[in-house]
Design a protein around this ligand. Structure first.
Ligand code: GAL
Length: 637
């Protein structure tokens, strides 16, 4: 795999005589890719089709030697569209239609809007699908951005009823699966079923869970419609640009239809918005660098979503406009984020955006260029990476020694019934990821459908509320350590407590007899250090006790055959102890990395990545502030 840089460009924002100068400058600084088109529908079709400007933009960029990523424009239907199917807007949970005047103002379930999308994508793919400069497609833009997956519109309600009828066949099966005898919620027919909003108190969790599955499937179908049209007209790979911590749809399901996964990385905005739940102290310390694990987590996640092929489609190049605070990155960070993406297997990193727009919503969002065309601070760092890439060898991300299972349905289950304030599956999975990284481990994130666990020294599945029989069978083939819990195998697929009590997984001879959720400020100390917090299970059975509370209550138990069940949410110290115990016999070298320093290996390189604002010494090397050190590693033969 080679590595390359690119940029997001909006020719429709600039006078046409500027395009050749822009293209020449992009090529000169060493960019290979340019993404265009994703918000251009009102220019492509201002009532009448008008492809001329886009044809010319293709020519100008191609003449400069650039390769094009073409976005379908369906995230921004033009205003006139609303006069055709006026009911195409998504509705919020309060039952209000969302308005025109920004973007993503459509409901995934609206058949009429989907027809319009199919029409414009067909025309676009017919026109550019075989263009020699076309390198890749991007469908739509950031599904889920601005909270746009769950729609409570009449179109969604009708589609949900049809989805339920397909899933259950007859209404009695649905009533039984949901437990509708409780509170007399029994339905006589599918067309009586509403969406799970505006109920007097909490709706049935099984109802909510099916609505979440349905809503995710609507995104999959919407995307697939475009993929099938493009695929019939183009050989270029197809991708979508995902986001940081968006969990409203199953990215693995959407990604299954496409060749490449890309994502949009805004490290400073993400941390300040609280997406990785950084503490206030951390937010202060890393305000200009970002959370040292958040980007890595998503690189690893999207490498899996893209079947090994991932890009960063939008990389923050300077201050953004949308977080509570929008500082400039520390000098070095734009280069660091770029190399970090490559260290995690990214094939390309594209900066958002070429030139800062002097108008509209994002006028205070930096680009590589200032609005007056002078280079902004990020320009020189992008240029420096482009120079470094000229001599960089071909690489392969390779396989990591440990796997972390990540599951969107588990997130929906926790969200549907968290059993305590603010308890989220994403946080539990992410904290496990962080703790593994502090030990210096490279990690593969894998979906529940993964089938080859045999090559991992250890597999972690915290919080996987439902474990399918297929996954349990796959994990039985894993000769390494398998660590599950808390709340793993705690629910059936129908959102009920399993008959034999959790964890409902063969091979784990332990029973969760009771669950408590406790306040973060009343942790339960563990014997030997660390604490159980937030979620605490009472465990019965199991084998050797690895970790116990001060009162002797078991917290982590060895269940035989390298199976470990952890019955609590652990604080950082407890998590570190648990991981070291679980990995003690794995043969993996476990480091104790200083705050801010991370390490990531590809098949042939080791990258030391210092998110700290000061240089750091580690194992005989010094890594500069906001700097990356690349070393060759011996290739195993
Ligand atoms: C992304 C989006 C871009 C732009 C950017 C600003 O979420 O895809 O279009 O809005 O954020 O940071």
């Amino acid at each position: 795999m080679t590595r390359a840089l690119g940029v997001c460009y909006y020719p429709e924002h600039w006078p046409e005589d500027q395009w050749p100068r822009d293209a020449a400058r992009m090529a000169e600084m060493g960019l290979r890719y340019v993404r265009i088109g994703e918000f251009s529908w009102s220019r492509i079709e201002p009532q009448q089709l008008n492809w001329g400007w886009l044809d010319r933009a293709f020519d100008v960029l191609a003449d400069a030697g650039l390769q094009i990523v073409l976005g379908t424009p369906t995230a921004t239907p033009p205003r006139w569209m609303l006069d055709k199917p006026p009911d195409m807007l998504a509705w919020d949970a309060e039952g209000r239609p969302r308005a025109f005047g920004s973007r993503r103002h459509y409901c995934f379930s609206h058949a009429g809007y989907k027809e319009e999308c199919a029409r414009i994508v067909t025309l676009m793919a017919d026109r550019y699908g075989r263009h020699p400069a076309l390198a890749m497609w991007q469908t739509d833009n950031e599904y889920g951005c601005h909270d746009t997956v769950l729609s409570y519109s009449p179109a969604a309600r009708t589609a949900f009823q049809a989805w339920l009828a397909r899933r259950y066949g007859d209404i009695d099966a649905l009533n039984a699966a949901w437990g509708n005898v409780f509170w007399s919620m029994v339905y006589d027919s599918f067309d009586q079923i509403g969406l799970p909003n505006l109920t007097v108190t909490e709706p049935n969790p099984a109802h909510v869970m099916d609505f979440r599955r349905f809503s995710s499937d609507q995104v999959v179908d919407f995307n697939r419609l475009q993929v099938e049209i493009i695929r019939a007209r183009s050989d270029a790979p197809i991708s979508h640009n995902y986001m940081g911590r968006v969990t409203e749809f199953d990215h693995f399901d959407v990604g299954a239809d496409m060749e490449v996964a890309t994502w949009d990385s805004y490290p400073l905005g993400f941390m300040d918005e609280g997406r990785g739940k950084a503490t206030e102290a951390m937010k202060r310390e890393y305000a200009r660098q970002g959370d040292p694990d958040f980007q890595a987590f998503h690189h690893d996640l999207y490498r899996a979503v893209g079947h090994g092929r991932a890009w960063v489609m939008e990389q923050q190049p300077g201050p953004v406009n949308w977080a509570p605070h929008n500082p400039a990155p520390l000098p070095g960070m734009v280069r660091l984020w770029t190399w970090e993406a490559f260290a995690h297997g990214a094939e390309a990193v594209c900066y958002f955006r070429w030139r800062q727009a002097p108008f509209a919503q994002e006028q205070n969002h930096a680009g590589l260029l200032r609005p007056d065309d002078a280079p902004a601070a990020g320009f020189a760092e992008a240029e420096a990476v482009a120079k470094e890439l000229r001599d960089a060898p071909e690489v392969s991300a390779g396989q990591a020694p440990v796997a972390l299972i990540f599951d969107y349905q588990a997130e929906w289950m926790w969200e549907t019934q968290p059993q305590g304030q603010g308890l989220r599956y994403f946080d539990l999975a992410y904290q496990t990821y962080k703790a593994l990284r502090r030990l210096g481990l490279s990690i593969d994130i894998v979906p529940v459908s993964h089938t080859d666990f045999a090559s991992y020294a250890a597999v972690f599945a915290p919080g996987l509320a439902h474990v399918s029989a297929d996954l349990a069978a796959e994990l039985r083939c894993c000769p390494g350590t398998v660590v599950m819990g808390p709340r793993t195998g705690a629910l059936t697929a129908d959102f009920a407590i399993p008959a034999t009590l959790p964890p409902d997984i063969a091979g784990f001879g332990v029973t969760v007899a009771r669950v408590e959720t406790i306040r973060a400020d009343t942790p339960r100390a563990l014997q030997g250090g660390g604490a159980a917090t937030l979620w605490v299970e009472t465990l019965e059975g199991g084998g050797d006790v690895l970790l116990a509370c001060d009162d002797g209550a078991p917290v982590a138990v060895e269940c035989g055959g390298g199976r470990i069940y952890v019955g609590a949410w652990l604080d950082a110290a407890g998590q570190d102890r648990m991981l070291r115990l679980a990995l003690a016999e794995s043969g993996l070298p476990l480091l104790d990395l200083p705050e801010g320093l991370r390490v990531r290996e590809t098949e042939t390189e080791r990258f030391w990545i210092n998110y700290g604002a000061q240089p750091v010494q580690f194992a005989g090397r010094e890594i500069g502030a906001a700097d990356v050190l690349r070393e060759g590693v011996e290739v195993a033969v």
